[in-house]
Ligand binder design. Sequence first.
Ligand SMILES: Cc1cc2nc3c(=O)[nH]c(=O)nc-3n(C[C@H](O)[C@H](O)[C@H](O)COP(=O)(O)OP(=O)(O)OC[C@H]3O[C@@H](n4cnc5c(N)ncnc54)[C@H](O)[C@@H]3O)c2cc1C
Length: 466
Amino acid sequence: MDAQVIVAGAGPTGLLLATELERAGASVIVLERLAGRTGQSKALSLQPRSAEVLHSRGLLVSAGELIPAGHFAGLPVRLDYSPLPTRFPYQVGVPQARVEDLLEARLTVPVRYGHDVVDVDQDDDGVTVHTDRGPLRASYLVGCDGGRSTVRKLLGVPFPGRDPRVSGVVADVTLVDPAGRAPASWDLPSLVPIDGAVLTLLPLDGGVFRLLTAGPEQQGTDRDDPVTADEITRALDRAYGGSPRLGEIRWASRFSDTTRQAETYRAGRVLLAGDAAHVHSPTGGQGLNLGLQDAFNLGWKLAATVRGTAPAGLLDTYSAERHPVAAEVLANTQAQAVLMVPDPDVAALRGVFQDLLRVPGANRHLAGRISGIDVRYEPGRHPLVGARMPDLDLEADGSPTTVAGLLHDGQPLLLRFDGGDLGAVLVRPDGHVAWAVDAGERDEEGLAAATERWFGTPQPARNVRR
Ligand SMILES: Cc1cc2nc3c(=O)[nH]c(=O)nc-3n(C[C@H](O)[C@H](O)[C@H](O)COP(=O)(O)OP(=O)(O)OC[C@H]3O[C@@H](n4cnc5c(N)ncnc54)[C@H](O)[C@@H]3O)c2cc1C
């Protein structure tokens, strides 16, 4: 074996998975088709749950701009994140490329750039991963190779869903005035209606703007059609009437609302995670969130499997837990896409939705979904079971700490509390609660069952003497 696990794809999902595998003691090889990092970012911010996930491994070292709200279908009544039970009741403005840099810096093995996975064979003992530079062998392969995943296609895993109805362009551009100058500031509306669609212009650092548009010209284009300066110039002209004009294109790409999900995330010794397992419209900014959570759910389970300590069936809980979460995101992005169709009847529906978002309970419901904070796996006897453990302030051995601080090593936690409503809680390495009791309650049988279900039969303690 060249490693215990091969990860195909060094996007955010593959990189977080690789760091989690290493943390839990598994050896890993990361293969990336590109020659190196591009420094480009599709996502510009982290949803609250992604911020929590990275924070719980000590990875969110420099928090960026804090964005206190999310949105649903771009409705003007924003999703209020302030009531969410988290240390991050906001989106954190860290671009995807920065997240990838932080994760890559944690790896002890270098990413193998310029390695394109082209074929996969699996047998009872392992997986042979064929790259354009030769074969490699491991016990497991995880396809984190994005929406057009080669691994998924090679496995033949069905990818049901629908083709795009809306296509758009995303580009990072500089702007100039009609005289060709780039003024220090622009007083531009960021959301402009054009030809039955909208153009969005968000200021980034260094005089660069993120432009997003999905007008008639973009419909029917292929993902691989190059984005031209003429196409962006036409969109800018229609929105702003000739001022500002396009300066430079720093990066441009096409996106769509193609909506598809792999029927299963596991085929024998090969698993799928992130965009390789699910694609949907970028509306609401949920794709990176989903991919990071997939990796966080899978890492400790796969590491225990290759180390031989996993209880029976542990690896299958990955697909069982994560498939419904992505299915819900696909459904909410489809609903958002309908609410964005330019049509008078849909405008009426938007009005109804907007009113509903003013109702605190309705707003809280959607905020919990889009932020990822309300993700809940299989419930249990106690209401916390399946939910993610809130990041409480604690005192351990006389020193202040937090749940997130105790999770840095990626070990399961059994916390017994001296005061408060909660008596004890068993927390999985991904921060989700496996078992809990309230103060004054005992449930040692339930604790033993949960421990065995998630972590296997404990080895008896040995007394060792010198
Ligand atoms: C315009 C736009 C805006 C977005 N904004 C947000 C946002 O605000 N918030 C959010 O949460 N999400 C957002 N997303 C979604 C988010 O960017 C993706 O969900 C995220 O990149 C998925 O990460 P990933 O690692 O699963 O896949 P990717 O980022 O696609 O990474 C896959 C990697 O695999 C490599 N690869 C592919 N094939 C092979 C092969 N055969 N062999 C080896 N390597 C291979 C690729 O080169 C790539 O590096 C946005 C997406 C778009 C298009």
